[in-house]
Write a protein that binds this ligand. Structure first.
Ligand code: PLP
Ligand code: COI
Length: 356
């Protein structure tokens, strides 16, 4: 159990107009912080006014990228209460990421306590306009004040929160995606299954090139053979091919998404054939050409479900489902957002209420 001290800010900010939210531009009044050292373990847990963080110029994170993060949301229900969606899944993934990056893990119950104490305090920042939520960003970084390369001995854990609208400017409208056959996001044996900052830095060049050509994001291929589909942008990806729902198997270079897991559970529960398997670019191209690719979508916390309306491979553009959102994609969006915003009954036990 953490002993969390609380220092309230002197001048709370005005809550933003929901139409100005965007994604991750506005932050709440406070943040959670805790320090770790080899000698003391986790200590100095505190909620303090939101402010810049001061770092030693030799701090590990600035040189060797020892950083991991999570992303989850607090949702305002129609009855005014605030709830989280599967927070223990994020906590477990955060510890798996920490293990991969040689950063300290935090006991699950302590991380949950930190998250709940912080969200309880900031819950008034959870917007209520349709499609809006309070995005929670826990992150953890190595903070040794030395240039030696080794496992981290000192670290800082922080949680910040940002009221958000939709992630893509397109919202739930289909996006155009370019298949990337040069850069790769991650490799098996590397850090693809961990949510570490370096994976995103490595992704940016391809994302920028795609944007210059008018695409929202790239579809990643595996790093060894550039043959198997992995993810789309910073989301997991799913396809409906000839009636079968196919999503790439978690081979180590793919982030095990909580939205992905939830989509699979919903679809399997409704009797769909869902396969987590290898899907080659050859099989996908064939399905694009012979019209058996019925739907494609990305899934992740930020956008929930994002339909893919066009795939471009080696300069050839293929519309998917006539550029429109498909019925399975729409159904998943409605089901997940319905549960998240408390509009439909949560028969799965995924929601986690916050005390008022
Ligand atoms: N893949 C990557 C690379 C991501 O950054 C995310 C976002 O968190 C996801 C997939 C989707 O994961 P989740 O559904 O847990 O948000
Ligand atoms: C997601 O939630 O789907 C994300 O990928 C978050 C992103 C801002 C890193």
């Amino acid at each position: 159990m953490l002993n969390i001290s609380i220092t309230k800010c002197d001048a709370p900010k005005a809550k933003p107009d929901p139409s100005t939210l965007g994604f991750g531009k506005i932050f709440t009044d406070h943040m959670f912080m805790a320090d770790y050292s080899h000698e003391m373990g986790w200590h100095n847990a505190r909620i303090v006014p939101f402010a810049n963080i001061s770092l030693h110029p030799a701090s590990t994170v600035l040189h060797y990228g020892s950083e991991i993060f999570e992303g989850l949301k607090a949702y305002r229900r129609a009855d005014g209460k605030v709830q989280l969606f599967r927070p223990l899944e994020n906590i477990r993934r955060m510890n798996n990421s920490a293990e991969r990056l040689c950063l300290p893990q935090m006991p699950e119950e302590d991380m949950l306590q930190a998250l709940l104490t912080f969200v309880e305090m900031e819950q008034d920042w959870t917007p209520s306009a349709p499609g809006t939520s309070l995005y929670l960003r826990p992150f953890l970084f190595g903070n040794d004040e030395t240039l030696g390369v080794h496992a981290v001995h000192n670290a800082t854990f922080v949680i910040i929160a940002s009221p958000v609208g939709s992630y893509y400017k397109e919202g739930i409208n289909p996006v155009r995606i370019m298949i990337e056959d040069e850069d790769v996001r991650a490799v098996r044996g590397g850090t693809g299954y961990a949510k570490c900052g370096g994976n995103y830095a490595a992704s940016n060049r391809a994302g920028e090139r795609a944007a210059q050509k008018g695409y929202s994001q790239v579809l990643w291929l595996d790093g060894v053979e550039r043959k198997y589909i992995e993810e789309v942008g910073a989301m997991n990806v799913m396809f409906k091919i000839n009636g079968e729902i196919v999503t790439p198997a978690l081979t180590g270079s793919i982030l095990p998404g909580i939205t992905r897991k939830s989509c699979i559970e919903v679809l399997k529960g409704e009797g769909y054939k869902v396969s987590e398997r290898l899907l080659s670019i050859g099989e996908l191209s064939e399905a694009l050409e012979n019209g058996t690719l019925e739907e494609a979508w990305g899934c992740g916390t930020a956008a929930v479900v994002s339909p893919i309306g066009e795939l471009c491979y080696k300069g050839v553009q293929y519309p998917v489902n006539g550029g429109k959102i498909g019925t399975v994609t729409q159904h998943l969006y409605d089901t997940l957002t319905g549960i998240q915003w408390g509009k439909i009954e949560d028969t799965y036990g995924w929601t986690y209420p916050i005390e008022k």
